[in-house]
Design a protein around this ligand. Structure first.
Ligand SMILES: [Zn+2]
Length: 245
């Protein structure tokens, strides 16, 4: 395992009753971001007027249209948002899936990604970086990436259907799947979604020291995060987002 994958640098922010996390790697003048927790409700976020996608576990990356925010709420289908427009808090909702926030503070372009295993094996992080470059003129060497709280490999056990998808659709199977010896008979593997997304970002040209993960497993930390897998049903979503000021 690479040393930088152990990076667990995050700040816990308490601001006017709102509780959220920030990753210092994304802190640049003129850019605001947050990763939600159980203690950040929708009403706490009203102030930011979050733009949300109708998330479908796909790989579609959507630019934010030049339209009033009120026309955009849940109107766009996809799993990543990209924008260069200031005061647009682009956001994703997750409860195990990986929230990834991107920023090119030089070109002033931001992106928010919802990367579940389906989106991750379809390279949504790489596709989002490519969109930032192709449509908005971002440079990969100027892009910073924050990977928020998500289910880690400790708790993300998958079966042969997911293993087959990872092997077929990504070149990273050997790096992101491992099998505990006692799980061999059951055919169960542990999947590292954090590493899979990090490898895609690196492959897209984002420098390794520009990528940070909170290092927090949603399933391991019930007091802080919702977890779809742990709770066996949808109890809530954490909202994470980023905005150019
Ligand atoms: Zn865990």
């Amino acid at each position: 395992m690479l040393a930088e994958e152990h990076c667990q640098t995050y700040h816990w922010v308490q601001n006017n009753g709102r509780s959220y996390l920030q990753l210092p790697v994304l802190n640049h003048p003129g850019v605001f971001h947050l990763f939600g927790t159980r203690f950040l409700g929708n009403s706490d976020l009203e102030h930011y007027k979050p733009i949300r996608l109708r998330q479908v576990h796909g790989d579609r990356v959507q630019p934010v249209p030049k339209a009033p925010i009120s026309a955009l709420l849940q109107a766009i289908e996809g799993d990543a948002l990209v924008t260069e427009i200031p005061n647009r808090f682009i956001s994703v909702g997750t409860a195990d899936c990986v929230p990834i926030l991107l920023s090119d503070p030089v070109k002033r372009v931001t992106a928010a990604i919802h990367a579940g295993w389906r989106g991750s094996v379809r390279n949504i992080a790489d596709k989002t970086v490519q969109k930032m470059i192709a449509v908005y003129g971002a440079k990969p060497e100027n892009i910073f990436a924050g990977i928020g709280p998500a289910i880690h490999s400790c708790c993300f056990e998958v079966a042969s259907d997911v293993v087959a998808a990872v092997e077929k659709q990504t070149p990273h199977a050997h790096a992101v799947l491992h099998q505990e010896s006692e799980k061999q008979e059951e055919g169960k593997w542990q999947l590292d979604l954090i590493r899979l997304n990090r490898l895609q970002l690196l492959g897209a040209g984002v420098p390794t020291d520009h990528i940070a993960s909170a290092g927090l497993c949603t399933s391991c930390l019930p007091n802080l995060f919702y977890s779809f897998r742990r709770d066996k049903k949808k109890r809530g979503n954490m909202v994470s987002g980023i905005m150019l000021l």
